[in-house]
Ligand binder design. Structure first.
Ligand code: FES
Length: 344
C-alpha cells in the first residue's frame, strides 16, 4: 500500500478550458519516496464538502522532472471539478507515493515505441514519450493522439516542445473526431490509422495504450491480429469511481466480518454501498487508494460468502477463483460475508 504525504502545490497550469496540469513540491527528504517510472500514477486526497476524497491521476512528467499530473474535468466528477476550479499554488494536498503496473522501463538498446492515447489518456503516455526519446539517441516514439478538437487537446504546448527538441524521433499523428484539421486524421483512432502507422513508421517494439475501454480494445485487437505479441502491448484503462458495470438486483443488507491487521471488525453493508465505503463509514482504516478498481491497494480474500464487483482492471480470473476481490468495487450478494486483508 502507498503512503500519503502532505505536499504543496508548486503550480497549476491551465491546459484547456477543462483541464489543468498540477505540479508538486517534493521536499528533499521525500525525494526517494517519490521516485517513479514513466506511466505510473499518484493518488491525491483532499477534503471536498467536508469529506476526504481521493482520486488517482497519472504522472505526465518524466522521472527527472517535478511530479506533475494532468487533471481533466469529468462530467459529475467531484474531485476533478474541484481540482480544475479550486486548486491553487501553495495549497497542501495529500499525495500518495507513485504506483501502478503500467510503466516504461528503459531498455539500454535502441527501441521504437508507439503510444496510442485518447483525451486525458495522454498523461502517462506523455511521460513515457519523454523517457523513450531521452533514453537513447536512436530511440523513436510515435504518438497516435485522439481528441474531439484542437481546443480539447491536453498538453499541446508540451508536445510541440518535445517535437521541436526531437523532430526526427518524436512523431505525432493527430486524430480529431469533431473537426477537420490540415495534416490530421478526421474520425476516431481505428484500424486504418494503425495501418497507416505500420506503413509509414514500421512496427514498434512495444505499444502503450491509454484511454477509454472501447479504444483500448479495438487498438489491441488490431495490434494482435497484425502479429504484435501480447507481451509487447501494455494498456491503462481510465475508470472513475462513478462508473458502474453491475448493480445488485435485490435489496440486501449484509453482515460483514472484516479481518485487518489481526483484528475482526463486524459491520453492516447496505446494498447501495461498496464494502470499502461501509468500512470507512465505520471508521475501519482498511487500505485503499484509487477507489476506481485500478490500483490493487484494496485487495482482500473472501473467507465466506459472495460479492459482485463493478470495475476490475487488476485481478486475473485465477485470482478471482482464488477468492480475491477489490474491496472498493465489491458489494456483498449474501446476507453474511467474511473477508481477510491479511491473507493476500
Ligand atoms: S482502491 Fe484502488 S483498486 Fe480498490
Amino acid at each position: 500500500m502507498s503512503d500519503f504525504y502532505s505536499l504543496k502545490i508548486k503550480s497549476v497550469e491551465e491546459l484547456t478550458l477543462e483541464s489543468v496540469a498540477v505540479s508538486f513540491v517534493i521536499p528533499a527528504e521525500l525525494k526517494s519516496k517519490f521516485n517513479f517510472y514513466s506511466g505510473q500514477y499518484v493518488t491525491l486526497e483532499t477534503k471536498i464538502n467536508g469529506n476526504n476524497t481521493r482520486r488517482s491521476y497519472s504522472i505526465c512528467s518524466a522521472p527527472n522532472e517535478d511530479i506533475t499530473v494532468g487533471i481533466k474535468k469529468l462530467q459529475g466528477g467531484i474531485f476533478s471539478t474541484h481540482a480544475v476550479e479550486n486548486f491553487k499554488k501553495g495549497e497542501a494536498i495529500n499525495v500518495s507515493t507513485p504506483e501502478g503496473r503500467f510503466y516504461y522501463k528503459e531498455n539500454y538498446g535502441k527501441e521504437i515505441i508507439t503510444g496510442i492515447a485518447a483525451g486525458s489518456g495522454i498523461t502517462p503516455i506523455l511521460s513515457i514519450a519523454k523517457s523513450v526519446v531521452r533514453a537513447n539517441k536512436e530511440n523513436k516514439f510515435v504518438l497516435i493522439y485522439g481528441n474531439k478538437s484542437k481546443s480539447d487537446k491536453m498538453f499541446s504546448t508540451e508536445l510541440l516542445k518535445l517535437k521541436s527538441e526531437f523532430p526526427d524521433r518524436f512523431i505525432i499523428i493527430d486524430v480529431y473526431s469533431r473537426a477537420s484539421e490540415e495534416g490530421c486524421f478526421f474520425g476516431r483512432i481505428d484500424n486504418s490509422i494503425i495501418n497507416y502507422c505500420f506503413k509509414k513508421y514500421g512496427k514498434a517494439d512495444k505499444y502503450f495504450i491509454c484511454g477509454p475501454e472501447e479504444m483500448i480494445k479495438k487498438s489491441s485487437d488490431k495490434l494482435l491480429s497484425s502479429g504484435i505479441s501480447k507481451k509487447n502491448i501494455f494498456f491503462e484503462l481510465f475508470v472513475s469511481k462513478n462508473t458502474k458495470s453491475s448493480e445488485l438486483t435485490e435489496d440486501i443488507e449484509s453482515t460483514i466480518d472484516i479481518v485487518y491487521e489481526g483484528v475482526n471488525h463486524t459491520i453492516k453493508n447496505p446494498k447501495s454501498k461498496t464494502i470499502l465505503d461501509s468500512a470507512l463509514d465505520s471508521n475501519i482504516d482498511v487500505p485503499y487508494s484509487c477507489q476506481g478498481g485500478v490500483c490493487a491497494a484494496c485487495i482482500a480474500k473472501i473467507i465466506k460468502g459472495k460479492v459482485t464487483m463493478d470495475n476490475n482492471q487488476i485481478l486475473t480470473d485465477q485470482e478471482i477463483d482464488d477468492g480475491l476481490i477489490l474491496v472498493c468495487q465489491s458489494k456483498s450478494t449474501d446476507s453474511y460475508l467474511k473477508i481477510n486483508f491479511d491473507d493476500v
